[in-house]
Design a protein around this ligand. Structure first.
Ligand code: WTA
Length: 654
């Protein structure tokens, strides 16, 4: 690793990293600019501030069964509609259309399992597999508008199942395979899904995780599910319930490999993806066929400059939006070859990913800062064992990247040759919002500027722009891949995103804009933690804790962590009759993992006699957080009803 001095020098010397001429000259964005007589980056952004122009110029990135006649309908804002009266289907664009071209036998996915086996599937293979499963879903009675929950690991049946749903107009709700039975159950029940697609198990760090057992547990109280389709992945022993459970391979046997695409309106629902908010109940973010397809494909085409000879690797899990948009839909729409890996990035050794980059000749690699920091800890000798010479662009997403990690990534993975695209976006935005293009001068740690057609800003409490100071990150005009609503909860949609400032989308992040108009994202402004790039609401964690019989009250805060970004610390008041023992700590940690999943594992539990509260009984998390971080100055506590709680917590922390 670099010594801090070297990093400091590097940062000072090259505070701005100039665009790579090699990449710029043949880039997709340069081509667009040449075709439109646009000479500079600033001119591009200026011209695209006419966002209707920008998106209409790019709307033919997908094929339309019937063209749209108006680009946007703002009459019921904030319920914006895009590409009015356009008819399309995202699965048609991702798969079917490529079959009619030379891409028919191009590799769509290169897949590698954790134990090391690998498979390549062409666009034509994918087409047939999607059709078979689409017909299979139909045979189970699934039709347009029905919901299908998908709880699968990183195996090819996951994109296949998503595309099959899209093809027949069913709405998928993918639940990350690391989520617990309870999290799965809540999501199935909210979506009122008819079918669950899951697997027997999968590999993680050399062990088989029994996924079906979790699904069975969830289904004890999920009355809408009629059928469970089970992919055989790990061959572990599972229970198959008759009349409900059916093997995937049995179900698709004999199904036709042709299936007509359902003609979808641009605004028809494509999927629901649940994400954490400030209450215990996750929000069902809703995306649609038309605008989402245009937004995701356009961003990937220009930001990562995706071309036909690239091997694209977004090393996320499809269970999160990053995977939905950039492992499944956008790269398939662009007809790319996509790398997909089942297992842990550092298994069996910390060079697993770099070995795969060389083995398959990956050209573009996209991951999270937390993963980069983990690799920094393992040391640069691991990437050094591999040439990494095929790489041409790198990217990050999920949380702010500290300049040290940026430089490490730039030097040790990109060999000072590959620009790093730090992309800021959210489940709600569907696609990159603030991000460099290959023509953008880079500043390590900054996601740089808004994508063309995106009007982002930083506002103070009064709704005025602030420069050089933290403020609310907002987006002031609509964009095609924006969420359309929260599933079955339009009021919460308005309240969460559109109520702080009139007519402006509130992202929930704090950001700072510098004098050059570059954005520096600082973190969440609400009670949502970002643990290893995953959003987890403190309210969700607290309600998981108080669901335990021993817990009277709990306050959860995020503590800075060198690898995970933030770590979870829980301050717990036990009910009388329960003992504050190390066993109780273990038990509560296990309990939270069971309620939410391993990503929500608290790194510390502190038993306290009391928690600081306002007179209206609200826990003052800000105070707890300051105490947990060991800060001397804990801010104004004059509104506390029980100031003595502060000393009590200090004592418990000793
Ligand atoms: C954070 C993931 C800084 C941010 C695509 C956002 C980032 C939340 C970045 C969304 C970035 C994402 N720099 N912070 N490049 N990208 N975030 O919905 O707090 O899982 O609001 O979507 O991650 O997380 P989500």
């Amino acid at each position: 690793m670099e010594t801090p001095k070297e990093i400091e020098a590097l940062l000072k010397e090259k505070r701005i990293f100039k665009p790579s001429e090699d990449i710029v000259k043949d880039s997709n964005i340069k081509k667009f600019m040449d075709e439109h007589d646009i000479e500079s980056y600033s001119e591009l952004l200026e011209k695209a501030s006419d966002y209707e122009w920008w998106w209409s110029e790019n709307s033919d990135i997908i094929d339309w069964f019937e063209p749209w006649d108006r680009i946007i309908d703002k009459s019921k804002k904030p319920f914006f509609k895009w590409f009015i009266n356009g008819k399309t289907n995202i699965a048609y664009n991702a798969v079917d259309r490529h079959i009619k071209t030379w891409r028919k036998n191009k590799v769509a996915y290169i897949w590698e399992g954790e134990p090391g086996e690998s498979k390549k599937i062409t666009y034509y293979d994918l087409y047939k597999e999607v059709n078979k499963f689409a017909n299979a879903l139909k045979s189970l009675g699934i039709k347009k508008g029905d919901r299908v929950s998908i709880y699968l690991p990183m195996i090819l049946e996951l994109p296949i199942a998503m595309l099959a749903c899209a093809k027949i107009g069913a709405i998928h709700s993918v639940v990350f395979s690391g989520f617990s039975a309870k999290a799965l159950r809540d999501r199935i029940n909210d979506a009122e899904a008819d079918v669950l697609v899951t697997a027997d198990g999968f590999y993680r760090r050399g062990h088989i995780i029994n996924l079906k057992a979790n699904a069975d547990e969830a289904l004890k109280d999920a009355p809408t599910i009629r059928h469970v389709v089970v992919v055989k992945r790990a061959g572990n022993d599972i229970e198959m319930r008759s009349n409900r459970d059916i093997w995937y391979h049995d179900l698709i046997e004999g199904q036709s490999d042709e299936c007509e695409c359902e003609v979808m309106d641009s605004e028809d629902l494509l999927y629901i993806l649940y994400t954490s908010g400030t209450t215990g109940k996750p929000k069902g973010v809703v995306h649609v066929h038309g605008g989402y397809a245009v937004g995701t494909a356009t961003t990937l085409k220009y930001v990562f400059d995706l071309k036909d000879d690239d091997i694209w690797w977004c090393a996320a899990d499809i269970g999160w939006v990053t995977g939905h948009s950039y492992i499944v839909y956008a790269p398939l729409i662009l007809g790319a070859t996509i790398m997909m890996y089942e297992g842990a990035p550092d298994y069996p050794k910390p060079d697993r990913l770099w070995e795969m980059v060389d083995k398959y000749g990956v050209t573009i690699f996209y991951t999270a800062p937390t993963t980069i920091r983990m690799f920094m800890k393992y040391g640069e000798e691991w990437p050094k064992r591999h040439s990494l010479k095929t790489l041409r662009l790198l990217g990050t997403v999920g949380e702010p990247i500290n300049p040290e990690a940026w430089i490490w990534y730039y030097k040790n993975i990109g060999h000072e040759r590959c620009p790093i695209m730090d992309t800021w976006w959210q489940t709600e935005t569907g696609a990159f919002m603030i991000t460099p293009l290959p023509i953008t001068p880079l500043k390590p740690g900054s996601a740089t500027k808004p994508f063309p057609g995106i009007d982002a800003d930083v506002l103070n409490e009064d709704g005025k722009r602030v420069i050089g100071k933290g403020g609310y990150l907002v987006i002031k005009t609509p964009w095609p891949s924006m969420l359309r609503t929260l599933y079955k909860d339009p009021d919460r949609y308005i309240k969460t995103y559109w109520s702080k400032f009139d007519g402006v989308y509130l992202a929930g992040d704090v950001a700072r804009m510098d004098e050059d108009g570059y954005f520096w994202i600082q973190g969440r402004s609400d009670d949502v933690l970002n643990v290893a790039g995953h959003r987890i609401g403190t309210a969700e964690l607290e309600s998981a804790l108080v669901a335990h019989e021993a817990v009277a009250e709990a306050a959860v805060v995020g503590i800075p962590d060198p690898v995970k970004g933030e770590a979870i610390e829980a301050f717990v008041i036990l009910k009388s009759g329960y003992e504050a023992s190390p066993e109780m700590k273990d038990e509560l940690i296990k309990h939270v993992r069971k309620e939410i999943g391993p990503i929500a594992t608290p790194s510390r539990i502190v038993f306290v006699p009391d928690l600081p509260k306002t007179r209206s009984g609200k826990i003052m998390r800000r105070v707890v957080k300051a105490l947990a971080r060991g800060e001397e100055d804990i801010g104004d506590i004059s509104t506390l009803a029980n100031a003595e709680a502060v000393e009590a917590i200090r004592k418990s922390l000793k």
